[in-house]
Design a protein around this ligand. Structure first.
Ligand code: MSP
Length: 512
């Protein structure tokens, strides 16, 4: 499919502290899908940003002895800089303190008031500032006199105040119908079941405003209240498309969003509240929510409060950004939690990047430099090994688009790295170095097969490790506009006569 519009988002991050590996993880996943879709000829809009209102941020600013906006300006910049460090290809970076966002939130609020979905009453119940979430009494546990949410483990406090409510209870059936009609709205499926069970167990109306603090978007016509930070935050996905101007090109092209990438801790907000708000406002809900698992350190969630953080910036400085991206995408299973460690990172760099893909490229490029003056010519004699490799490659590539369309990155990476492994094996079996003086034609053919494999693997890995693969594609003299997946549809990727450039080392093997 050509030139499909594809709108993909990351969660917007709380600038309540420094970015950590969990943030990097959400962002890199979204970036990989965005890059993949671009290479597959879609017209992609990729959004990330910061979520700057609410009590949590107000408290963080107070702690830093700053006013909330100056505080947000400072930390939001740190998140913006992180996008560069992570090589994110985002088209936009939204802040919920921007005018464009205020306009959208105001409009959405007014629509919900007009439709009768918001009413004024009094809230009495548990609230977690750290999660910015309300919890039911049956979700609260007590330990040493302190109350916690059994869902997230965060402390909760009792809140009683006047509040506007969203009639979430009246959306129960309509949400269940919506999930039924859109059976891949939530992936992976285990998460979908979790959400459906939660909705089936009964939804209570949701408090959507607060009066006990001020740092937020004021409720139109009632300045005593600020809008609940999640109703505010979720709307960022519309604000970036200039909503409420629904006639503008951005909105027309990109709404409904194709994919919101989120962590499993914020699934309820995205899979229940968000479609309910949108349906109530007669706006089409997004097409998909992909909920990834947690990055664990040992068997605990990596988080600031637990003090078990691996700092992404340090890892990038010590090992490189492609290395971090590859490791996180490969190591953490599809939608599940995954434990990460420096030891496993080093093993992964050595086995997959240095010894497999890196070695494949290096050995072929240096052989061609030393023996062929960087020029290779294909001829049409095909050996049994050639056909064998090409057939196996075809089989491994067959499902790649489907894997990506289902956000199954692990299977995708496994198949591509298997192709690289098979190609290394092909070289070992064919031993082109033995043909230098006896059969140049056959030697050229083998090298041509290898270059073609390297070109395909590099394009396939490009969304995950953009730096290294771009070096290889540059060395292969493949034009930028030809770096796409048309070879998956049978198009030739390199010419019969090819001249390559020298290739520098891609990945340093880590000595232990
Ligand atoms: N501001 C909200 C999101 C609003 S989206 C409209 C928020 N922000 S956050 O900064 O706390 O977290 C953002 C994302 O980082 C979440 O998707 C969360 O799952 C992810 N991670 C934070 N820690 C994580 C791990 N240890 N592992 C993986 N991701 C986790 O929630």
């Amino acid at each position: 499919m050509k030139n499909q519009n594809y709108y993909i988002t990351t969660p917007i991050y709380y600038p309540s502290g420094q970015p950590h590996m969990g943030h990097a993880y959400s962002s890199i996943i979204a970036d990989v899908f965005a890059r993949f879709k671009r290479i597959d000829n879609s017209n992609v809009y990729f959004l990330t940003g910061t979520d700057e209102h609410g009590l949590k941020i107000q408290k963080a600013a107070e702690k830093a002895s700053m006013d909330p906006l100056s505080y947000c300006n400072k930390i939001s910049m740190v998140f913006r800089n992180l996008t560069k460090k992570l090589d994110l290809s985002n088209n936009d970076f939204i802040r919920t303190t921007e005018d464009r966002h205020y306009k959208s939130v105001n409009d959405l609020w007014n629509k919900l008031i007009k439709s009768g979905d918001i009413y004024l009453s009094k809230y009495k119940g548990w609230y977690s500032v750290s999660d910015e979430a309300y919890y039911n009494s049956d979700e609260i546990i007590e330990k040493d006199g302190i109350k916690f949410s059994s869902f997230s483990g965060s402390t909760v406090e009792w809140v009683e105040e006047e509040s506007f409510f969203f009639r979430l209870s009246s959306w129960e059936k309509k949400l269940l119908d919506f999930y039924k009609k859109n059976d891949k709205f939530i992936l992976p499926l285990s998460r979908r079941n979790e959400v459906i069970n939660f909705v089936k167990s009964g939804l209570k109306d949701l408090s959507v405003s607060r009066t006990s603090f001020t740092w937020g978007i004021k409720v139109p016509d009632n300045n005593k209240h600020v809008i609940y930070v999640w109703l505010d935050a979720l709307t960022n996905y519309l604000s970036a498309l200039n909503y409420p101007d629904v006639k503008n090109k951005m909105y027309k092209n990109f709404w409904p969003a194709s994919l919101h990438v989120i962590g499993k801790d914020i699934l309820r907000f995205h899979a229940i509240y968000w479609p309910a708000f949108l349906l109530a406002a007669k706006i089409e809900p997004p097409k998909r929510i992909f909920s990834h698992g947690w990055i664990l350190s040992g068997d605990e969630k990596m988080s600031k409060s637990k003090g078990n953080i691996l700092n992404p910036l340090e890892i990038i400085d010590n090992y490189g950004i492609d290395e971090l991206r590859y490791y996180l995408m490969k190591e953490v299973p599809h939608g599940s939690d995954g434990s990460i460690s420096l030891k496993n990172l080093e093993n992964c760099i050595n086995s997959d990047l240095a010894n497999n893909y890196g070695n494949l490229c290096q050995r072929i490029f240096s052989f061609i430099k030393n023996n062929c003056k960087n020029k290779v010519t294909k001829n049409n004699t095909k050996s049994k090994n050639d056909s064998n490799l090409l057939d196996k490659t075809k089989i491994l590539m067959k499902n790649l688009r489907v894997e990506m369309d289902n956000q199954n990155l692990n299977n995708y990476i496994k198949s591509v790295i298997d192709i690289s492994f098979l190609t290394n094996k092909y070289i070992n079996d064919e031993e082109p170095w033995k043909l230098k003086n006896t059969n140049l034609e056959k030697m050229n053919n083998i090298l041509h097969v290898c270059l073609k494999q390297i070109a395909m693997i590099s394009i396939l890995l490009n969304p995950i490790i953009p730096r290294a693969t771009s070096k290889v594609l540059d060395a292969l003299n493949i034009e930028k506009k030809s770096r796409n997946f048309s070879f998956l549809d049978g198009e030739e990727i390199i010419p019969d006569n090819i001249e390559v450039n020298n290739l520098d080392i891609l990945f340093k093997k880590i000595q232990k």
